[in-house]
Design a protein around this ligand. Structure first.
Ligand code: PLP
Length: 394
């Protein structure tokens, strides 16, 4: 008998993890490999958060909580949304889960029937299409064109939406491009989604990482109608350097939140109690560490951006957020003798000792993703290695 279920057989393994694993293997063999694959801040979680989590355990907060999170944490999330987005949510409109990834997973499970479609703009975060497929849905891939800074337009949404299309994902600031949608762009997209009755999944996990004066707008804050039409997904992973704690949330319509809560109640139950106390301190405590990390990312970006953009055959739009560069490198790959950027990335790892993520996993096979969530010295060294590699091959 065939043991594995069809749903897992069609899952695509994460390219990010594959390259990271290969880089680790080479490091273990003693090679001096620099990894630019990281998807997480390289800072430790701020001390006051760690202390609050520790204190909560010492005072006996080590038991189950409600499946969608403690009242205190949901209230803290509601206060954050009121303060930052100027939107009022009541607690029945908030779900806290085990990281934004798990929250998105529950969301797609909650809204998709077999063959329902979800519009996913390229370049996309690797897990979106897989999560949609796991829920029985069909990804409808729409190209965010380089000429439009890798963002999709309202017209593209209208064109792609059919009778089975249920939702569209907007990720701003974006992983992997670092691009940010303006409020005008979101207004137009919002109008298209209302016209076509599409739920908007707004992944705002990089909200706090903005550069060069860029401003984050949540599509849900544009109008009460768009608040109703949107599920915001966010969390503490990137803003407070808490990737390992696994706390994320969704905010939106009560019927969807209730369904997600029911799902979690039969799968994970509550996200780890201690981590919830950490996240509570993250939202309620001082925010200076958030700004300190943001400004460190910005100064790295400003130091290395021109260097990356001047590598022969690399073409890069300056990111306004997140912590990735996403240069178009097709020409560089060709000049180095490769038809595919995947092969170019493999050779960069084995010959230049630099691990970067090929864009194919993000639906953009002509690009590479370089993370600057690493110390400046390693970052500069890695970029100069890539640069010498490309120049020597030319
Ligand atoms: N959404 C995007 C765009 C991401 O890049 C990530 C993490 O890499 C997540 C969601 C998931 O975040 P979390 O660590 O909270 O699950």
């Amino acid at each position: 008998k065939e043991l594995l279920a069809n749903r897992v057989k069609s899952l695509t393994p994460s390219t990010t993890l594959a390259i990271t694993a290969k880089a680790k293997e080479l490091k273990a063999e003693g090679k001096d490999v620099i990894g630019l694959g990281a998807g997480e801040p390289d800072f430790n979680t701020p001390d006051h958060i760690i202390e609050a989590a520790y204190e909560s355990m010492k005072s006996g907060e080590t038991k189950y909580t409600p499946a969608a999170g403690t009242v205190a944490l949901k209230q803290a999330v509601a206060d954050k949304l009121e303060e930052d987005q100027k939107i009022t949510y009541n607690l029945s409109e908030i779900f806290v889960g085990s990281g934004a990834k798990h929250v998105l997973y529950c969301l797609f499970q909650a809204i998709l029937n077999e063959d329902d479609e979800v519009i996913i703009p390229t370049p996309y975060w690797v897990s979106y299409p897989e999560q949609v497929k796991l829920a029985g849905g069909k990804p409808v891939i729409v190209e965010g064109k380089e000429t439009n800074h890798y963002k999709i337009t309202a017209d593209q949404i209208k064109e792609a939406a059919g009778p089975k299309t249920k939702a569209v994902i907007i990720n701003s600031p974006s992983n992997p491009t670092g691009m940010v949608y303006s409020s005008e762009e979101l207004e137009e997209i919002g109008r298209a989604c209302l016209e076509k009755d599409l739920l908007i999944v707004s992944d705002e996990i990089y909200e706090k990482l903005l550069y060069g004066g860029a401003v984050h707008t949540s599509i849900a804050e544009i109008s009460p109608a768009l608040k109703e039409q949107t599920i915001i997904v966010n969390g503490v992973s990137k803003s407070h350097s808490m990737t390992g704690w696994r706390i994320g949330y969704a905010a939106g319509r009560q019927d969807v939140i209730k369904a997600m809560t029911n799902l979690a109640s039969h799968s994970t139950s509550n996200p780890t109690t201690t981590a919830q106390f950490g996240a509570l301190a993250a939202y309620k405590g001082p925010q200076d560490a958030v700004e300190k990390m943001r400004s460190a990312f910005e100064s790295r970006l400003n130091k290395v951006f021109d260097q990356v953009n001047s590598i022969p055959g690399f073409r890069c739009i300056k990111p306004q957020g997140a912590f990735y560069l996403f240069p178009h490198v097709k020409e560089a790959a060709k000049n180095c003798g490769f038809d595919s950027v995947d092969d170019f990335a493999k050779d960069l790892l084995s010959k230049a000792n630099v691990a970067v993520i090929p864009g194919s996993g993000f639906g953009s096979p002509d690009n590479l993703r370089l993370s600057y969530a690493t110390d400046l010295e390693s970052l500069e060294k890695a970029i100069s290695r890539i640069s010498s590699y490309v120049e020597n091959k030319n």
